[in-house]
Design a protein around this ligand. Structure first.
Ligand code: NCD
Length: 307
């Protein structure tokens, strides 16, 4: 179904394909639990190209490839590559494509992954292109919601934080729309999700999207509260990012005002927008969500490379 495909945006998937990834990821979870060795990717090489900081995406892609029996090569800094000598990203991709069977790229430029896919013969997976998209994170988020809630359809999902710059929000919003969840957007003034995206969510998918600046009303009827940090690296004015950082802070007291079954998710890293006391509560699901990174990426890699 996904064999040979590039994974650039969550919009590259239809509902059936997302469900196929989530089902495959459950199979991968069973294999991980049983500590079985896999040979699905034996002799294959994944190239991890990360031109922006990353812990979870980079390491979980590596871990997933190793668990599948394959190998990983990586480029983590421009300054240790020939790009420091002025080589273009395009030429770099052209070469790495010949050294590997699959490329994962994270880069600050929007559409860098699309460009890479246009140059590479092997599949390219977008590990985050600027403020644009992070499709495998959305798959992890959808997998987590399905696990914790048993379904995605008709849930009330509140997306909260710097919705303007967070690629995880943009990708997840479209993913939720595919499953007809109801979305509430909560952000500080000036950091709203762009109108184009909101309009597309409503008109192309026919879902309810409401917007507010008030956290309490955003939490009240939510089944899932998805929080994201201020994306400081995408602000022109760092001082403004610092000021915004303290606008919203999720506390256990605040969460007690929501549904008893409310869950809190976050792609991580969290850097102060969630009070650390929340970690100890029944609401916190973000560490489990992060752990799904390995089986979901195992599913994506194997579906893309071997079908
Ligand atoms: C996110 C990212 O890089 O977009 N992190 C991740 O991949 N888990 C979220 C973020 O950095 O805020």
């Amino acid at each position: 179904m996904l064999e040979g495909r590039d994974i650039i945006s969550i919009n590259d998937f239809n509902k059936k394909e997302i469900e196929a990834v989530l089902d495959k990821s459950e199979e991968m979870e069973d294999i991980l639990r049983e500590k079985k060795c896999m040979e699905t990717m034996k002799g294959k090489i994944l190239a991890n190209l990360f031109f922006e900081p990353s812990t979870r995406t980079r390491l979980s892609f590596s871990s997933a490839m190793h668990r599948l029996g394959g190998n990983v090569i990586s480029l983590e800094k421009i300054k240790t590559s020939s790009m420091a000598k002025g080589e273009s990203l395009t030429d770099t991709i052209r070469m790495v494509d010949k050294y590997s069977d699959l490329i994962v790229i994270r880069h600050p430029d929007e559409y860098s992954a699309k460009m890479a896919a246009g140059v590479a013969e092997n599949p390219v997976i977008n590990g985050g292109d600027g403020a644009n998209q992070h499709p495998t994170q959305a798959l992890i988020d959808l997998c987590s919601i399905r696990k914790f809630k048993g379904k995605i359809e008709n849930l009330n999902v509140t997306l909260l934080g710097d919705l303007k710059h967070a690629r995880v929000i943009k990708s997840l919003a479209y993913g939720l729309a595919i499953f007809k969840a109801n979305i509430t957007l909560v952000s500080p003034a000036g950091l709203e999700l762009e109108n184009k995206t909101v309009d597309e969510l409503k008109s192309n998918f026919g879902i309810t999207v409401s917007q507010t600046n008030d956290i309490c009303s955003g939490i009240k009827n939510a089944d899932v509260l998805y929080v994201c940090r201020m994306q400081k690296e995408r602000f022109k004015d760092l001082q403004e990012a610092g000021e915004m950082q303290n606008t919203y802070r999720i506390t256990p007291e605040l969460l007690e005002q929501g549904k008893d079954s409310l869950i809190v998710m976050h792609a991580l890293p969290k850097v102060g927008e969630i009070d650390h006391r929340v970690d100890q509560t029944k609401f916190a699901k973000y560490f489990e969500e992060a752990a799904f990174g390995v089986p979901v990426r195992m599913a994506v890699i194997s579906l893309v490379v071997v079908g």
